[in-house]
Write a protein that binds this ligand. Structure first.
Ligand code: ADP
Ligand code: MG
Length: 593
């Protein structure tokens, strides 16, 4: 028999390893930032182009590499951080696997310039997909500058599977936030497509949180501190009223390393039990310090999961110290924060004549519009507009599916606050309320955007809403898209000043709508829209649709069904999900056989 086993050439092995380590541009950012931290840098600059697809550059003022080290750092298993197996149980650095640079250089064009203190010349190395292009001496500052260009240039499948720039950029910012939170002692500058989006001076943990998430964050924080033999906790939680429906800011750092832990997250949730609605998520920024030999950080290739020797105790200590902080805060609301209620208002009205209530609810008496407009809740408003549009002539031109003709609208039942059941001639249909409403809104918006027929309200008194830098970045980069939709705003460093809103956005829920909007732009919207009008209509339909879980009265249920079946496409949501299923009498008969 012939031998059939080959030893894979290094460049192939590196590409395979890269599959684990380098999933997307953000993975490169994480590895390069961590290397800079390990090199004791006190200033780290990051420069991103095209959401990292074109360029990821990290410049540090750390210890640099010698000429020899620089020549081998792109080989696999080259690390200065461990030398023997025992070291694995006492890891204080971020890296230790020695495969990040090998993996990154296997799937991109990398240029490295590095210089140690006390030597005259720097070394410059260029590697394209594991092939050394040059290795020469050059002139440079102390420290290391790594530029990673054209990621996945040699793996088109991976490159094509990258998500939209918005999504990839969000991942990058998330990694940046994690590393910069874990190291407030390091100064960071982050430049995206030529503009500086973060400039974080070296500071302490609390100031770093505020610098990252906005000035208003300061008053939301409650300190948590605990010191036991097995675990030291130090950090902050958000007061319960700032819990978010979307997963808010949730950060665990174990020995300065960001980790994900559903188990420890559960400990926090249970400490908040009774204080926030179960649909809301608490925000937290917690540093846990444990003895390095009581954890195993080796279980995950990208090192975001670790194993604790005694995770039950860690859970219990965490839960009780968060509870303790919450208790203290409830007894004495001032704790170490002088609380000014007016600061809790999400909007700064220019003619701020009334203090608003705490949390995201605003004073309902104040509004620049017609009083009756504000009283209708957003769902009714959608419904009213639907009623109007479904009577219009345009809709009559639509080709209805056969099923559409069958719906008789007299018998509807809402099931589980999610499904609407409706009897038809041949059986029954079960409609998913959220998806159906997305479809209805999507078609309505698409029609208005493409025919430029939007009614928007110019606000007499522009409204200011504060956002953190990440959120601001998203809003600004999508400004042109939003203008098409009747949403016009100016921006300052940490807030937008809204001048015009589409008439169907509920004025009172503006802040919430914007939060959802940002969330949807970041997370939910696939990058396969035909056009900008299509994209914005999808985003807005997702943002403003009624949600599953909302109880609807019979009139609302019937509007929804009526309007769904007046749509051009009735069967699927704008996100390709079924809007309804149909069960024929014959199927029901079969069930009883
Ligand atoms: P690891 O971080 O697991 O050791 P990497 O592939 O990320 O593996 O890096 C390989 C080695 O290259 C590191 O151990 C370190 O010695 C060196 N190195 C990488 N980046 C830097 C940097 N920014 N400054 C100094 N040395 C670096
Ligand atoms: Mg590394």
């Amino acid at each position: 028999m012939k031998d059939i086993i080959n030893i894979l050439p290094d460049n192939v092995a590196n590409q395979i390893a890269a599959g684990e380590v380098v999933q997307r541009p953000a993975s490169v950012v994480k590895e390069l930032l961590e290397n800079a931290i390990d090199a004791n840098a006190t200033l780290i600059k990051i420069n991103i182009k095209d959401a990292g697809k074109t360029l990821i550059q990290v410049i540090d003022n750390g210890i640099g590499m010698s000429k020899n080290d620089a020549s081998i750092c792109f080989d696999r298993h080259t690390t200065s951080k461990i030398s023997k197996a025992d070291d694995l149980f006492n890891i204080k650095s971020k890296g230790f696997r020695g495969e990040a640079l090998a993996s990154i250089s296997a799937v991109s064009h990398v240029n490295l310039i590095t210089k140690q203190p006390g030597v005259e010349l720097a070394t410059e190395i260029e590697v394209h997909g594991s092939d050394l292009k040059h290795n020469k001496s050059t002139v440079s500052e102390i420290g290391t500058k790594i530029s990673v260009k054209n990621l996945f240039f040699n793996i088109p499948a991976r490159r094509n599977f990258l998500k939209s720039n918005n999504v990839e950029f969000r991942h990058i910012v998330n990694e940046f936030i994690r590393v910069s939170l874990a190291h407030p002692e390091v100064k960071f500058i982050f430049i995206n497509d030529g503009s500086e989006i973060y400039n974080l001076p070296n500071s302490n943990f609390k100031k770093r949180i505020v610098n990252l998430f906005g000035l208003k964050t300061s008053e939301k924080l409650v300190p948590v501190s605990e010191n036991t033999e097995i675990l030291k906790i130090d950090g902050y939680i958000f007061k319960p009223q700032y819990a978010k429906k979307t997963r808010g800011e949730q950060f665990f750092f174990v020995n300065n390393r960001f980790i994900k832990s559903p188990y420890l997250n559960h400990a926090i949730n249970s400490a908040f039990e009774g204080l926030i609605d179960s649909k809301y998520n608490p925000s937290y920024f917690l540093n846990l310090d444990v003895d390095t030999n009581t954890i195993d950080i080796n279980i995950h290739p990208t090192k975001t999961e670790i194993k604790f020797e005694d995770e039950h105790s860690v859970y219990a200590i965490l839960r009780s110290s968060v509870k303790h902080s919450l208790g203290q805060y409830n007894i004495s609301p001032v704790l170490d924060f002088d609380r000014d209620k007016s600061l809790d208002v999400p909007y700064n009205y220019n003619d701020n004549n009334q203090p608003a209530s705490v949390g995201i609810d605003v004073n309902t008496n104040y509004n620049p519009f017609d009083a009756k407009y504000v009283k209708i809740d957003s769902f009714e408003k959608h419904m009213n507009s639907l009623e109007f549009s479904s009577e219009s002539n345009e809709l009559k031109e639509f080709d209805f599916e056969d099923i559409n003709k069958e719906v008789s609208l007299n018998h509807t039942i809402q099931l589980n606050r999610k499904y609407i059941i409706n009897k038809t001639k041949s059986g029954l249909i079960i409609v998913n309320q959220e998806r159906a409403h997305q479809r209805i809104l999507y078609e309505k918006y698409l029609k208005s955007v493409t025919s430029n027929n939007f009614s928007s309200q110019k606000l007499l008194n522009p409204i200011e809403i504060q956002f953190n830098k990440q959120e601001m970045g998203i809003l600004i980069s999508n400004k042109n898209l939003l203008v098409q939709f009747g949403l016009e705003f100016d921006s300052e460093s940490d807030k937008i000043i809204i001048k015009t809103i589409p008439s169907f956005i509920d004025y009172e829920k503006l802040k919430l709508s914007f939060e959802n909007l940002i969330f949807n732009i970041q997370n939910e919207i696939p990058d396969n829209s035909f056009s900008e009008s299509d994209l914005i209509s999808k985003i807005m339909s997702k943002t403003l649709s009624i949600k599953n879980g909302k109880s609807l009265d019979v009139k609302e249920q019937q509007y929804l069904i009526n309007a769904l079946f007046a749509c051009k496409e009735t069967m699927i949501s704008p996100f390709n999900k079924k809007t309804f299923v149909k069960i024929d009498f014959s199927e029901i008969e079969n069930m009883f056989k």
